[in-house]
Design a protein around this ligand. Structure first.
Ligand code: NAI
Length: 365
């Protein structure tokens, strides 16, 4: 069967890793026609927009996309193209499996016991872009309003604000997604993570929504954890967790923490899911210092491709690709610098050469 999939090469190391993914998927024998759609800085240059209409139209038509990372300037400049894409396509759940592949160097005593999945709410929270700049001008309407409404909110005019909206509907939706995911993948336990002791009116909504939805799934054990405690638990006993569901910001941060447990951002895959569309992409960003240098680890995009192949019902190809990636990592010869053990023989390989080793392995499996 032939599949048409939207491909967004992305910025920074994006085009290099996506080339590897494309070649490795072709090697599995699955017939994928790629509808290549630039977004981000490359689209700004070629089409005059960071997120051209054609990108959204293409994903709406094909329903599936494989995406490289997109740049978002820090502290100022345009708002995130990633956030806009998720919003336009209603991709409300971000799924980030965290699994260790033998051969990778980590600081964890028993990394093979780690097998958890983060489900991050993907559309609300601090990512809605409702922000107010600090401004000591003649009028400070928000500060005046808060002074009237909130006891003790005596804020200076040099204060900036980022608003954190969390809705019952959005929280119930992602919580239900997490429970359905747990059932579908035979997971027995869900931990809802938030900071509802302090943010009673935003994280409190999330916590109550998760508790409410848990009542519909008596076959799955449910627990609630505060995010600060969860950070410590994940570092000390990551093997105790199966599925973690949480608001957007905590999901963003804990995804990187979990990537750190299993060997770094170079090996952490992800998927943005909604009811109609799915966009698969690594957890990592554009890694600007490696852009064009053939240095980026292609594992994260390859494991994202594995998730994508399962999603389009090409599970045999997905398994072959995953086995090939795992075998190359285990051998530790044709791997990028971040995976190279100090005592392993030979020099680290580049992005494309590691992709070549995975292709060879697919053939020999
Ligand atoms: P980053 O993920 O690009 O890099 C963080 C660290 O991880 C760096 O040390 C980098 O060298 C390393 N790293 C990342 N990917 C790697 C790979 N494939 N192989 C080996 N090492 C890798 O995060 P950073 O520097 O915070 O962000 C850079 C840009 O990426 C920003 O503009 C940010 O907004 C964007 N970004 C985009 C994302 C997306 O499109 N989904 C996700 C995260 C960040």
């Amino acid at each position: 069967m032939s599949h048409i999939v939207t491909m967004i090469p992305g910025d920074g190391v994006g085009p290099e890793i996506i080339e590897v993914a494309k070649a490795c998927i072709a090697e599995t024998g699955v017939d994928v026609q790629w509808d290549v759609q630039p977004a981000g800085m490359s689209a700004q240059q070629s089409r005059g927009a960071l997120l051209p209409r054609q990108v959204i139209d293409s994903i709406r038509e094909n329903r599936v996309a494989l995406k490289g990372p997109l740049e978002t300037p820090i502290g100022s400049g345009y708002r995130s193209v990633n956030v806009q894409l998720r919003k336009d396509l209603n991709l409300y759940a971000c799924v980030r499996p965290c699994r260790y592949y033998p051969g990778i160097q980590t600081r964890i005593a028993d990394p093979e016991a780690i097998d958890l999945v983060i489900i991050r709410e993907n559309m609300e929270d601090m990512y809605t872009g409702i922000e107010f700049m600090e401004e000591c001008g003649a009028e400070t309407p928000l500060i005046d309003f808060l002074k009237q409404q909130q006891q003790g909110a005596d804020l200076e005019c040099d204060t900036g604000f980022s608003i954190k909206p969390i809705s019952r509907r959005g929280s119930e939706r992602v919580a239900r997604f997490a429970f359905e995911y747990a059932r579908a993948y035979g997971r027995k336990r869900i931990s809802a993570v938030d900071k509802a002791n302090i943010m009673k009116y935003s994280d409190g909504v999330f916590m109550r929504a998760a508790e409410k939805i848990s009542a519909d799934y008596p076959d799955i054990e449910f627990e609630h954890k505060l995010v600060d405690n969860m950070c410590m638990q994940l570092v000390q006993k990551p093997e105790q967790y199966e599925v973690l569901v949480m608001p957007n910001l905590y999901g963003d941060i804990l995804s990187d923490l979990c990537a750190g447990l299993i060997g770094g951002l170079g090996v952490a895959p992800g998927a943005n899911m909604g009811d109609s569309y799915a966009v698969f992409e690594p957890v990592h960003g554009t890694a600007p210092k490696y852009a064009g240098a053939d240095r980026a680890n292609p594992t994260a995009i390859l494991l994202s491709s594995v998730l994508m192949l399962h999603h389009i019902n090409e599970s045999a190809a997905a398994q072959r690709l995953e086995k090939a990636v795992a075998a190359v990592i285990k051998e530790g010869i044709h791997v990028t610098r971040d995976l190279k053990s100090p005592d392993a023989a030979g020099q680290p390989t580049g992005t494309q050469a590691m992709g070549g080793a995975v292709r060879d392995k697919i053939q020999s499996l």
